[in-house]
Design a protein around this ligand. Structure first.
Ligand code: MTE
Length: 316
């Protein structure tokens, strides 16, 4: 892992104690306006006070299955972001200085009211915290407290047409800032897609922050998708374009390696990756392996989206 300078992170105990204060005041899960009123508008981590390195998460700071939050330093220090490097421990260093201002997200395609949102427009949507498990296709997982809002709210604003069946997302293309995009073995920019009902599901989040601060470059600043029941590669970072379309979009991974990566990518312990089993996973920070949960543990919420799909096809 890349050593994180202590000056660059909000120590978890500060984050957690702020959260406790907000909870005690009945304000937790409040919107950005309330957070601003409490003096806790998400801010860049770099401006946070430097104290000691990360403390262990307290026992009640966990997901709904009682998994402790992954330490902030791990979330920052181990990231998949091929636009910078294929080495997850080098992304933090190589993405430092990535410019996220100004930033716009153009939302269009099969909609009544196409609109380009400045990043500050996105921050006016009521923000909330969601603690989600992130399950990478490489069989590691983390538990991350995201900050953001359901994608459905953004889509409702542009008024989808009934012909819109899928949503296509695109990452910034800027090889000068993202040196990995000079690697011609990938068809840049990074593209991902969701079916319309997946995109409208309440669990599908547009995240602008994590651990109570704005997203850092390595985690997809300034805005990314988080789809917790699908393998992590669906959770596209640094989004600049969202289009509603009629045909199933082809993702970067489908174009690069269709034998190994498909559209659905729903977490499924029964369907091995062609080169490794998906039956177990390693929660980063633990030494043991655990059993992978069907739909990453979100089956109660989302299994109903797939009544007709053959489980064996879910990977593809
Ligand atoms: N988005 C873009 N644009 N580029 C990427 O390389 N990697 C994906 C996904 N989103 C990726 C991306 C993969 S493989 C994973 S597992 C998650 O981001 C990891 O998110 P994290 O690094 O914030 O944990």
């Amino acid at each position: 892992m890349v050593p994180i300078k202590s000056s660059e992170i909000t120590p978890e105990h500060i984050y957690l104690s702020r959260r406790k204060f907000l909870q005690a005041a009945g304000l937790f899960a409040a919107n950005a306006v309330l957070l601003a009123a409490c003096g806790r508008q998400p801010t860049p981590l770099a401006t946070s006070p430097a104290t000691s390195v990360v403390a262990a998460p307290s026992r009640d700071e966990a997901d709904e299955l009682s998994n402790a939050l992954t330490p902030l330093a791990t979330v920052l220090g181990y990231a998949n972001y091929y636009e910078f490097t294929l080495n997850p421990t080098a992304v933090a260093r190589l993405s430092q200085g990535f410019s996220t201002s100004p930033w716009q997200v153009a939302v269009g395609g099969l909609v009544n009211k196409p609109k380009t949102f400045d990043i500050d427009d996105l921050r006016t949507f009521e923000q909330e915290e969601r603690i989600y498990r992130m399950r990478c296709v490489e069989a590691w997982a983390m538990v991350i407290p995201w900050f953001g809002f359901p994608l459905s709210r953004l889509l409702k604003e542009v008024e989808p047409l009934s012909t819109a069946k899928y949503v296509r997302f695109e990452t910034l293309y800027d090889p000068d800032q993202m040196p990995g995009q000079k690697d011609r073995s990938f068809p840049w920019p990074y593209v991902e897609g969701l079916r319309m009902d997946e995109a409208m599901h309440d669990l599908t989040l547009l995240a602008t922050g994590l651990y109570g601060s704005d997203l850092q470059p390595q985690n997809g600043a300034p805005v990314r998708l988080v789809v917790p029941w699908k393998y992590g590669f669906k959770s596209i970072k640094s989004i600049v374009k969202i289009d509603l379309v009629e045909e199933m979009p082809q993702s970067l991974w489908m174009a690069t390696n269709p034998r190994e990566y498909g559209f659905w990518a729903n977490v499924n312990p029964e369907v091995p990756h062609p080169r490794w089993s998906q039956a177990t996973e390693r929660l980063i920070g633990e030494n043991r392996r655990r059993e992978t949960l069907f739909l990453n543990g979100y089956a109660d919420e989302v299994a109903g989206l797939y009544p007709d799909l053959d489980l064996r096809d879910w990977y593809y």
